[in-house]
Design a protein around this ligand. Structure first.
Ligand code: ADP
Length: 704
């Protein structure tokens, strides 16, 4: 309230006014309370007499002064010390009129029926009428007639005073909201009058509307924001939460309001979040990420922004917006893991991997590449650089040209054998793959993978050399084998003639000189003849052995069941003698040289009969089994069997397990069988138990 200086006759006021004190301090306390009551009730529009002694009273006029926008700027006060109840002096009336005229408030004095008795200039300005015009109007001419007005008049008449908002009508018909304060008083003539002040509150209404609109906009933003929006007080207790916030917290609105935000923060983040919150209440906008646990225990990750709430320039709490970034964090985490996995894979792979862009700048290298090709310690040192920075010019140019071609053609190069050089010029054999790709806004790039195959190449070379040497050796061996076979054939063939001579002369000797020879000589001749006969047999066997594979026979379709039957009929005598039981399984028809196969079956069946056990009836089974790539034949017997250690030996030429007087033979039969099967490209083996029997197997490939 303004200080004031007016003519005041009494010392009391003089002194105080000089001291430039406030209004309160210039009044005696008993008057101040009364004055303040009236002043506040009448909003500063006041004309009253306050007695403060038996002989003295203060008459006070007060009216508000408005600024250009119609807002109350200050109050003008007229104070006069008067004798008690001396309020109707002509001076007072002049004073009153003066105030009425000069007040910036529109003031109407009227009778209770609404007829205007007195108005001031401010009223004329407000309604656009002259004083004269106004005095001819009634209440309804300047105030919109409606139930509000009727009710206001009734209330005012009943209570003697009313303050309300109504709608005013200007002369030009324009309406405007106004605040009306009307008081009924009795004038000196005892007539009832009303004093009404009217203030145009259009601007205030507009501002109120704007304030209301923005409040509503804010509320909508708050309520319907898909993000979590909340506020909490300085103690951290929630004050307001929007729907999204309630969903996040997972508690009913009534309950959540009492909740403190801190326990909802994951324990590991609490100190940090506390720090952020206290900075927010020190007027710093805070943004941070935190782990959050709802009232029901659901875990989330939030991106929080907190900022202070100001009320009357004082921070009263914190507004917060939180985004649920759980999914994003999970995706980021997954991406990070995948990236790490990708890095681990490409770094531990021995292949050299690089990626370049169209400008040949390196944008990715793996450990093998940056270390072995560029000769740097980490990927970072390789990025943004080209082959020109690491390789010799000639090599770099070759690489760049090749890369350009692949990028431009858009056709990948897969596993191309190449020779390249690394940073120190070392040459390597490589298997090179280059795959063009597009990235970003259609930029070209290339992924290169090179595998060092120098070692493999060297081994390949060594293997080739070894193969060549082996082939040479095999050729030499084949030649000497052939020569050996030739020799065996010639020897056995040519030996027959002199042997025949020896035998026939021995026969002649026995025939002509039989009577002249004594028993000893007879015995010697017998031994010599027997030796020659055996030698002849050995030579014949040898001849037969050397013939295997040397003599070509016609290939025909041979029914093996027939062939085996024929072989058995040739052995008929032996079979009958031994009462042998023969079983022939299903045998195929094969395109083969018949005599060769006949000899094979003949030798094996012959042995099965020869090496029979005297303890039981001989049983011989001949069967076959078709396999994917060959036929497997089996000739089994229940004869004497073979000791384990001799299973390999019996297939070697002249190897026998028995004396001649036990079992006849030269030990060449199985050697011939092996040679025949070898020539087919098959295998031969025996499965046997001594004293129980033997099974001889051999295979013949389907294509040989
Ligand atoms: P030979 O029968 O003329 O002695 P082989 O080469 O046919 O010559 O046989 C070599 C040796 O294998 C025979 O001396 C014999 O000890 C053994 N043998 C061959 N077939 C059988 C068989 N079915 N049962 C037992 N032993 C066998």
């Amino acid at each position: 309230m303004e200080y004031f200086r007016r003519r005041i006759s009494k010392e009391h006021f003089k002194k105080r006014l000089k001291a430039q004190l406030s209004v309160k301090e210039i009044f005696p306390p008993e008057i101040w309370t009364e004055f303040l009551g009236d002043f506040e009730t009448n909003q500063g529009v006041l004309h009253n007499v306050f007695a403060f002694s038996k002989t003295e009273a203060i008459e006070i006029f007060s009216s508000p002064c408005l600024d250009d926008e119609g807002n109350i700027k200050n109050y003008s006060l007229g104070i006069k010390v008067v004798p008690p109840r001396d309020t109707n002096s002509s001076e007072n009336i002049i004073q009153l009129k003066n105030i009425l005229e000069n007040s910036s408030l529109a003031i109407f004095l009227s009778d209770p029926n609404g007829l205007i008795v007195e108005v001031n200039r401010a009223a004329c300005r407000l309604f656009g009428y002259s004083i004269k015009e106004l005095k001819q109007l009634s209440r309804e001419d300047i105030m919109q007639k409606n139930s509000d007005l009727e009710m206001a008049v009734q209330q005012r008449n009943k209570a003697g005073e009313l303050r309300t908002e109504l709608v005013g009508i200007k002369k030009n018909g324009e309406t405007f909201p106004c605040e009306v304060h009307s008081v009924i008083y009795t004038n000196n003539d005892g007539e009832k009058r009303t004093s009404t002040t009217i203030v145009d509150i259009s601007d205030r209404k507009k501002q109120e509307l704007m304030a209301e609109n923005s409040k509503q906009a804010f509320q909508s933003l708050f309520d319907y924001n898909p993000d979590v929006v909340y506020s909490f007080d300085l103690k951290g207790n929630f004050v307001d939460l929007n729907e999204a916030a309630l969903n996040l917290v997972e508690g009913p609105r009534e309950k959540v309001r009492e909740v403190n935000f801190l326990p909802l923060i994951a324990p590991e983040d609490r100190d940090r979040v506390m720090m952020h919150s206290s900075m927010a209440v020190s007027d710093e906008v805070q943004r941070y990420k935190t782990n959050f646990i709802s009232l029901k225990g659901t875990k989330k990750v939030l991106d929080v922004t907190n900022f202070p709430i100001y009320v009357n320039k004082k921070i009263t709490g914190v507004y917060g917006i939180a985004k649920d970034i759980t999914k994003q964090v999970e995706i980021e985490q997954k991406l990070r893991e995948e990236h790490n996995m990708f890095r681990a894979i490409i770094d531990y792979i021995p292949d050299h991997i690089f990626v370049v862009n169209e400008k040949h700048e390196t944008i990715l290298t793996n450990h093998s590449f940056y270390k072995n090709y560029y000769g740097v310690e980490n990927e970072q040192e390789s990025l943004g650089l080209t082959a020109l920075e690491f390789f010799e010019k000639e090599e770099a140019t070759k690489v760049l040209e090749d890369n350009t071609q692949v990028m431009n053609n858009g056709i990948p190069v897969i596993n191309r054998e190449d020779i390249d050089q690394n940073f120190n010029g070392k040459k390597n054999y490589t298997l090179l793959t280059k795959v063009p790709f597009k990235f970003g806004d259609n930029k070209k790039g290339l992924v290169g993978i090179s595998r060092n195959i120098t070692e493999i190449k060297e081994k390949e070379k060594a293997l080739e050399e070894l193969n060549a040497a082996l082939k040479k050796h095999a050729d030499e061996l084949a030649l000497s084998n052939k020569e050996l076979e030739q020799f065996a054939y010639i020897a056995s063939h040519d030996l027959q003639e002199p042997l025949r001579m020896v035998t026939s002369f021995l026969t002649q000797l026995k025939k002509k000189y039989d009577h002249k020879l004594d028993d000893k000589a007879q015995q010697y001749i017998y031994f010599a003849h027997d030796g020659a006969t055996r030698m002849r047999q050995i030579i014949l066997d040898l001849l037969e052995y050397s013939r295997v594979g040397r003599v070509a026979h016609k290939v025909t379709a041979v029914n093996l069941e027939h062939l085996v039957s024929e072989v058995l009929s040739l052995q008929k005598k032996s079979i009958e003698e031994k009462n042998a039981k023969i079983e022939i399984g299903v045998l195929p028809e094969l395109e083969v040289e018949e005599p060769v196969l006949r000899q094979l079956f003949s030798n094996l069946i012959g042995n099965a009969l020869k090496y029979y056990s005297k303890e039981r009836q001989p049983e011989i089974k001949i069967s076959s089994l078709e396999k994917e790539k060959h036929w497997e034949f089996k000739i089994s017997d229940n004869g004497i069997g073979i000791e384990e250690e001799f299973k390999e030996q019996i297939f070697i030429i002249f190897q026998r397990l028995h004396q001649r007087d036990e079992y006849e033979g030269t030990g060449i039969g199985l050697a011939i069988c092996k040679k025949i099967v070898d020539n087919f490209g098959g295998e031969i083996w025996v499965d046997s138990r001594l004293g129980e029997g033997s099974s001889f197997y051999f295979t013949i490939p389907k294509q040989f």
